[in-house]
Design a binder for this molecule. Structure first.
Ligand SMILES: Nc1ncnc2c1ncn2[C@@H]1O[C@H](COP(=O)(O)OP(=O)(O)OP(=O)(O)O)[C@@H](O)[C@H]1O
Length: 584
């Protein structure tokens, strides 16, 4: 039931996007079919009237007409193919964009529970399967029915007793095809599910290749991979054997039909009950009848197979958007300051395991607030609650006096920039990576780069700011990436800037220098810093120490060192920060 509903939904999307072009496509298909139905009649006249009557003039006339029809059909087919390719790609890009847009709105829960390989497999394989569905299957189905009915009409007119025998064999052929196709499509969908799992393994391997090599887990990976591939190979072989049985059986019945036509038709010619032209035309119409009938049967399998893929696409597109905007989502205006307060906020990823427990925090505009605490205490989680891949379980987050949930999601996310340890570096030029292709004053960008200590490095690259970095281009060190990330965040003009272990790859001197230089750019921002090193938070106006889901201490830097509170002692005990001693 759901499958039918999804097919209808898909067809609606299809028609909405290319109604006009589809109508033209349909008319051309119909014209090709009508022209094809004329050709056996011409052959009959060539054989029975022109050749038998030794009429050369008529022979030339009919041959030219036949050639002309073939030429027009060929040209129409080229136009059809062109339109078909265009429509197909349009459909697939549309679907891919819809999926990608939708998943950008989904909550963190979705990505925790789903395997990326499955999404990739849907985007690559399932959309490939359905991109041709509308034009290839549905239109062909209508034309096939039309052609089969017309061919049947001519066949009945020509020789109905022979037709009964042909139809009988044809019926057996169709029935067996139907059964075979059902088995084949079940097997294919089973294989496709397994292929999704294999994609997951490969995706995991490639995205963690260095880790796999360093941890010497290549062998473990291959063992797992080969085991999965072996189980799928067996299924592939079985599928190929079934497909081969199907086509051999079809060919056998096809030859039976041919010999039946020539045997019975020949007998009728000998008895002068049929002409040679009629026999050839009859045989051609049988072809025009059988071909579309087989296609109609195959269409059923294609529809079933495609509906599995359509379902998978809609499963992603129907994934509910759980992150809602209350009161239609207020936009951040020019007056947006970014004064944030967490009021009694509790949060857990999995029920019963509270990560934050009635925590109270304040992040003010124009101030730098640091979050410190042991690894896993929930610092990153606090930050994530701001841009809402998740929502709080209890309590609320207020920004500039308005509950966070009342802000337009896109608008509030625009006001938050995060500088993390892993910069998302696009396979593009340095300048585009810095500005994210937004219009920025070049002098301002260069000035920022100088202050972030990356300018000289960029100038020394082969094409300076236009050098390609990323996967296909120049590789950057951890520190260089972090400097780029800092410049990018400041260029984004967001009011709230978060540094999540942002300078971990920089030495103390570089870090101090950058912090000093960036002060002027950050003076009207709400700065939040997460750090493990005391030196990284030296300039913070407020430091919160997070422990067991609560903010257990709130100091400025001098107080933190002087009072030698929980976090200070923690760092010393763990020997995590040599600064602790030197500062003390
Ligand atoms: N997506 C998730 N699903 C379930 N649990 C998660 C998820 N993300 C984080 N956690 C858990 O929540 C806790 C807090 O994680 P979080 O990343 O906020 O800590 P952190 O203080 O930033 O740690 P670190 O300093 O090591 O980066 C950890 O126990 C972590 O295992």
């Amino acid at each position: 039931m759901n499958e039918r509903k999804n097919i209808k939904r898909f067809l609606k999307i299809l028609l909405k996007n290319s109604k006009g072009i589809m109508l033209i496509y349909f008319i051309i298909m119909l014209s090709i079919s009508v022209l094809g139905l004329f050709q056996p009649q011409l052959i009959k006249r060539i054989l029975d009237d022109a050749i038998k009557g030794s009429n050369i003039k008529l022979l030339i006339k009919l041959a030219i007409l036949y050639g002309l029809i073939s030429l027009i059909t060929a040209m129409l087919n080229i136009i059809l193919q062109y339109m078909y390719s265009k429509m197909q790609k349009k459909v697939s890009i549309n679907l891919k964009m819809n999926i990608l847009k939708h998943i950008s709105k989904l909550s963190g829960n979705y990505f925790t529970n789903i395997k990326t390989g499955n999404i990739l497999s849907t985007i690559e394989n399932d959309i490939y399967t359905i991109e041709s569905f509308g034009v290839d299957v549905l239109f062909s189905l209508i034309i096939d029915i039309f052609t089969a009915v017309m061919a049947l009409f001519f066949l009945i007119k020509m020789e109905s007793s022979l037709l009964i025998l042909v139809v009988l064999l044809q019926f057996i052929l169709m029935f067996s095809q139907f059964k075979f196709n059902k088995i084949i499509s079940e097997r294919i969908s089973e294989i496709r599910n397994k292929a999704g799992n294999i994609s997951n393994i490969i995706e995991e391997y490639i995205s963690n290749i260095m880790n796999v090599v360093i941890t010497k887990s290549v062998f473990k990976f291959f063992k797992n991979y080969i085991h999965k591939e072996k189980s799928i190979i067996k299924k592939f072989v079985k599928l190929d054997v079934i497909i081969s049985c199907n086509s051999s059986w079809g060919r056998f019945l096809g030859s039976l039909i041919t010999i039946l036509i020539y045997g019975y038709g020949g007998y009728k010619i000998i008895n002068k009950e049929m002409t040679f032209g009629e026999l050839i035309a009859f045989q051609q119409y049988v072809g025009m009848f059988i071909g579309p009938c087989m296609e109609i049967i195959n269409a059923n399998t294609k529809i079933q197979r495609t509906s599995v893929s359509i379902n998978r696409v809609f499963n992603i597109m129907d994934e509910p958007i759980t992150i809602k905007q209350d009161n239609k989502g207020k936009r951040c205006t020019d007056a947006f300051k970014g004064n944030i307060s967490f009021n009694e906020v509790s949060f857990s990823y999995n029920k019963g395991n509270k990560i934050l427990d009635k925590i109270n925090l304040k992040f003010e505009n124009g101030k730098a607030t640091a979050l410190v605490g042991a690894s896993g205490c929930g610092k990153t989680t606090i930050i994530e609650l701001l841009y809402r891949p998740w929502d709080t379980d209890e309590g609320n987050i207020i920004i500039d006096g308005i509950p966070l949930k009342e802000y337009n999601l896109k608008s509030i996310r625009k006001e938050i920039s995060i500088v993390t340890q892993d910069l998302l570096l696009f396979d593009d030029t340095i300048i585009n990576n810095l500005t994210l292709e937004k219009n920025k004053d070049r002098n301002y960008v260069e000035d920022l780069c100088k202050k972030a200590g990356i300018y000289d490095f960029i100038l020394n690259l082969p094409q300076g700011f236009d050098t390609i970095v990323g996967e296909r281009g120049v590789k950057l060190s951890g520190g260089q990436k972090q400097r780029i990330a800092i410049v990018r965040a400041i260029l984004s003009n967001s009011k709230i800037i978060i540094f999540d272990e942002a300078t971990s790859a920089l030495d103390n001197i570089s870090q101090k220098e950058i912090s000093e230089n960036m002060k002027e750019f950050l003076k009207d921002k709400t700065v939040i810093e997460i750090a493990h090193r005391l030196s990284s938070i030296k300039d913070a106006d407020v430091i919160y120490v997070i422990h067991k889901g609560k903010a257990v201490e709130k100091w400025n830097f001098e107080e933190l060192v002087e009072k030698k509170g929980y976090y200070y002692r923690f760092l010393k005990e763990q020997s995590m920060d040599s600064d602790a001693d030197s500062i003390a």
